[in-house]
Design a binder for this molecule. Structure first.
Ligand code: SF4
Length: 438
């Protein structure tokens, strides 16, 4: 076994991080640690959660957890924070916001120190002090229909992004259609099993009511995302575009340009996108998921069958004419190219493939981003190994190089870029922008 393969299979130790800090000098240390925490998840000491007020996980679209809700320690099921912000510690980190993915086996442990301050530990080493996100003031209300704001319009990214999953299911259903890494339908079932309030199709009325409080009280939220599962037939007697359009239209009519409007939906034809732009939507995320042609058809069988990869690519490129190149931001699910048995057998091949996709889109001025795949239970890929940290560091490095090669602008709708400033919490792509190396 080669040295690198050996490292790939190890659980992270301090020496692992120190080694990577030496090797990957084009990306900040904060980004290295962030990617590893996203990859391996977090476990919590209940002492760290006691006697604090903070925003807990709202399960805004997926679970992102590594174990089913029913198997999570009761002491912190539904009590974990949405994100953590770590700073200082062994590597003297600048503040770094990281999405919480629960994994009771993670080496990363949120606990308290002798002074009762919350810290993040890797074995015996304190990697940083920890903050939890504040609860927005308007979370205290209830809508006229009796709904909680955190269910209707939760915020993530330390309050920056209002996340509107208006349809909490996907009509790509079951192994033959659902994307193999996606737990939207499984998350829905789990929340329902725990009898949590979890509205399947959100009413425009509820959303507007919550947004009116945000409009009045909140200066942190700067963007909103309208998203949800794909609509293959009809939903409420509407086709997919009509269904999603009604939300964009209502929000922009009541609060014109108050926030940056983003749509995370399928790849649509230009003619279907025009009215979204006209009504005030600024950013379009037709998520591509995985670049390799063969893997796209295996891992996104519904998308392949109903739209097809070539159409998906064409539609992304053409949507540039509507929104402008840097406002088209398709997502890749980073690491899913390594899923067995169909995926690439080495980090090198996996990164090479995705780098080809990054280069293709960036050469058209489009700025693809990536999120960090975690094999969520119940998904087709739920029992897979997590991708090695080296994969994410290679991918971040190549993302940054390609972004710089094409001299692309900072993607809008993500807040400030850069080390110590980025709030995008499910990958470190915003953290690396502008970093000059060490
Ligand atoms: S299209 Fe795929 S990724 Fe999107 S919600 Fe449906 S199953 Fe999930």
């Amino acid at each position: 076994m080669s040295f690198m393969n050996q490292i790939d299979q190890e659980i992270t130790r301090l020496e692992t991080l120190e080694n990577f800090v030496e090797v990957y000098r084009e990306i900040p240390i904060e980004a290295i640690i962030k990617q590893d925490i996203l990859r391996l998840g977090l476990r919590f000491d209940t002492k760290a959660l006691e006697n604090h007020t903070y925003k807990t996980k709202d399960y805004f679209i997926f679970t992102f957890d590594h174990v089913p809700l029913k198997d999570q320690p009761e002491e912190y099921r539904f009590k974990a924070p949405e994100e953590i912000k770590i700073s200082e510690g062994y590597f003297n980190l600048l503040p770094t916001v990281i999405s919480v993915r629960i994994d009771p086996n993670s080496p990363y442990y949120v606990t308290t120190n002798e002074e009762n301050l919350i810290v993040l530990k890797l074995n015996d080493t304190v990697l940083g002090k920890v903050e939890f996100p504040p609860v927005p003031s308007w979370y205290r209300y209830k809508t006229s229909n009796g709904k909680n704001p955190n269910e209707i319009a939760p915020v993530i990214e330390w309050g920056y992004l209002i996340y509107l999953t208006v349809f909490r299911n996907c009509q790509y259903f079951g192994k033959d259609e659902e994307c193999a890494f996606c737990d939207i339908n499984h998350n829905w079932r789990q929340q329902k099993n725990f009898k949590r309030p979890y509205t399947g199709i959100k009413s425009i009325e509820d959303i507007l009511e919550v947004l009116s409080w945000i409009d009045q009280e909140d200066n942190i939220a700067k963007a909103y995302t309208i998203t949800g599962g794909s609509v293959i037939t009809e939903l409420q007697n509407k086709n997919e575009q009509d269904f999603y359009f009604q939300y964009a239209e209502a929000i922009e009519k009541h609060f014109p340009n108050r926030w940056i409007g983003k749509m995370v939906v399928q790849a649509w034809e230009k003619k279907d996108l025009v009215r979204f732009k006209e009504v005030g939507i600024k950013i379009y995320h037709p998520n591509f998921e995985v670049w390799d042609k063969r893997l796209f058809s295996i891992l996104c069988p519904g998308k392949e069958r109903f739209i097809g990869r070539d159409n998906w690519i064409r539609r992304i490129v053409e949507s540039v004419e509507i929104f402008g190149p840097s406002n088209v931001i398709p997502n890749f699910v980073g690491g899913v190219e390594l899923a067995k048995p169909y995926g690439f057998s080495s980090v090198k091949e996996a990164v090479h493939s995705t780098a080809e996709g990054l280069d293709f889109f960036m050469s058209h001025g489009v700025v693809p981003r990536f999120t960090t795949w975690c094999p969520e239970p119940y998904t087709t890929l739920g029992n897979q190994q997590k991708p090695p940290l080296r994969y994410f560091l290679e991918l971040l490095t190549i993302w940054k190089r390609t972004f710089e090669k094409y001299k692309l602008p900072v993607p809008p709708g993500y807040g400030e870029p850069g080390r110590g400033k980025a709030v995008f919490s499910v990958s470190a792509f915003m953290d690396v922008i502008g970093y000059e190396g060490r």
